[in-house]
Design a protein around this ligand. Sequence first.
Ligand SMILES: NC(=O)c1ccc[n+]([C@@H]2O[C@H](COP(=O)([O-])OP(=O)(O)OC[C@H]3O[C@@H](n4cnc5c(N)ncnc54)[C@H](OP(=O)(O)O)[C@@H]3O)[C@@H](O)[C@H]2O)c1
Length: 289
Amino acid sequence: MTIDIGPNAVDGAGSAPGGGTILLLGAGRMGGAMLRGWLAQGVPASAIAVADPSPAPDLVELAARTGVRLNPVDGAPVDTLVVAVKPQMVESAAAGVQAALAPRTLVLSIMAGKTLADLRRLFPAAGSVVRAMPNLPAAVGRGATVAVAEAGCPADRKARAESLLTAVGSLEWLADEALVDAATALSGSGPAYVFYLVECLTRAGVEVGLPADVSERLARATVEGAGALMGATGQPAAELRAGVTSPGGTTAAGLSKLMADDHLQSLLNATLRAAAQRAAELGGTGPKA
Ligand SMILES: NC(=O)c1ccc[n+]([C@@H]2O[C@H](COP(=O)([O-])OP(=O)(O)OC[C@H]3O[C@@H](n4cnc5c(N)ncnc54)[C@H](OP(=O)(O)O)[C@@H]3O)[C@@H](O)[C@H]2O)c1
């Protein structure tokens, strides 16, 4: 479905800090999380419009409560167009928002696999283009996002992209777009690796005698707690590990198996290689699957 954004989509009554007006194209899981992050960070609701043909009830409620404009039909160029539709929907979605583009417009895309060149083709009248790749924990404000800007993107527009992306977690700028596939393999797919670690720890806990439900709760809480500790201390992971490993103790006995012959390292190397190759295939930067 296409939404036509004509003149005055965002009336400019409010403006995002350092950011001006924003049009969010697609407010599903990720776009909706970003929208909530911006509002929590103090971006004025009057600076934001959302284009989504079938908004979820909680989005309709949020818009009514905050004053974010939903599906405006009278549009004007915006300062930032955030593209958060599924990649396969973007051709038709883009057709409906061409009137929102002007030389001052930054297009900030979070679509997997859509390159800077794709974005330039889809949004030719935009002044600048930034491609970002968040991950699932962005939904709870703890995302790990990477971003790459089109050559020549002015610093103030990169700063604008940065302030919108860091509303849902951390951000790493990449100097080379080719690195997006590698980052996708690590941080994009990474939450699934960690969930699998919890599954394996749960089964291993059962193996050493714990009831399955107790084992599952302990595995979850251990991963959550270890992550929170790493975040709170900022200490390198290797230092934290050494700190809980007394010579001859139980952790040392466990790690002697886990770290033997670098098996786990080799496995993770192969894991990221496979994921990066698949990202390249899907994104059109490598051989097709
Ligand atoms: N979820 C993740 O972990 C993750 C991580 C990194 C990147 N991303 C990227 O983020 C993007 C969004 O993913 P998501 O998980 O948030 O998907 P999603 O929940 O399906 O959200 C997409 C939203 O766009 C709406 N939409 C469809 N056609 C549209 C149109 N023509 N105009 C405006 N809005 C339209 C959809 O409405 P309907 O539901 O009615 O179709 C939906 O609300 C994708 O490009 C994905 O690659 C997601």
